[in-house]
Design a binder for this molecule. Sequence first.
Ligand SMILES: Nc1ncnc2c1ncn2[C@@H]1O[C@H](COP(=O)(O)OP(=O)(O)OP(=O)(O)O)[C@@H](O)[C@H]1O
Length: 299
Amino acid sequence: MIDACGLTKRYGEVVAVDDLSLRVSAGETYALLGLNGAGKTTTIRMLLGMVRPTSGSVHVLGTAVGPGEHALWSRVGYLVETPAAYPELTVRENLTVAARLRGVSASRRVDEVVERLNLAVYADKRARTLSLGNAQRLGLAKALVHEPDLLILDEPANGLDPAGVVEIRELLRELSHDRGVTVVLSSHILTEVARLATRIGVIHRGRLVRELEAADLNAFLRQRLSVSTRDPEAAEQALTAAGFVPVRSENGALVLADAQSVREPDVVATVLVAAGCPPTRLVVEQDDLETFFLREVGS
Ligand SMILES: Nc1ncnc2c1ncn2[C@@H]1O[C@H](COP(=O)(O)OP(=O)(O)OP(=O)(O)O)[C@@H](O)[C@H]1O
């Protein structure tokens, strides 16, 4: 569906995207995950031919992205940053224009996306009166009105309230499962990405620093054993004497990060009981997603 090779974009001294290659296959939901300024929007703009790469190439649906490839975009729906709409036209009129531009004449499709994006109440309101969240809904409706095979969305949850975030997640999931739509999206919200994506690309300072299957995400979350006792100093000594490497955490618990402690906490408990300082709490903890992400981007 998408084949981007060695994409680089420089703005003077700033390297917004640096030698980034990615492939997205049919049916995937691929999420570009990165902090503010990581290069997500620039990458997405290059995929869509809105920004010309300084070097590298992009193929979308087998076609090289470049001037004159109009037919290609009838199969692609996209939303980039603040969605643009004709401010004096109503929601329905905006969608009708978008549909016509994509060669779709059926007003049924406009009704369907109005319904699907919960815009019925606003259908006859001018676009300029919409809240940020509803403007985002209109942007998504425009991206979907021609039933594209590929959706490319920059921060689709932007401006939406928590219910709207869930709604859009469900919509994208449904499009992917029921209609086989391929989705490429960017986000800086790891928990959201983890719920939706089948594959995740972590982008940092313009570089794709890691790609992983969402199903493998758990394997990247480090585990450790956290032990509390009434006498942490004695416990630390006993564990050190037994060959463990306990580290005192801020809350006074001892943390053991080695694989054996995580696998066999009973061995740790036995050492502590024998030393006369039995554990009052013994728990295997896992990195949360934010810790994983910050570790990946090294900050
Ligand atoms: N037109 C431009 N001129 C100069 N610098 C730019 C331009 N567009 C982007 N940049 C710079 O390129 C870098 C990447 O920006 P980009 O908007 O792609 O990041 P992003 O990951 O989408 O960030 P955000 O989540 O904040 O939207 C940033 O340092 C940004 O300031």
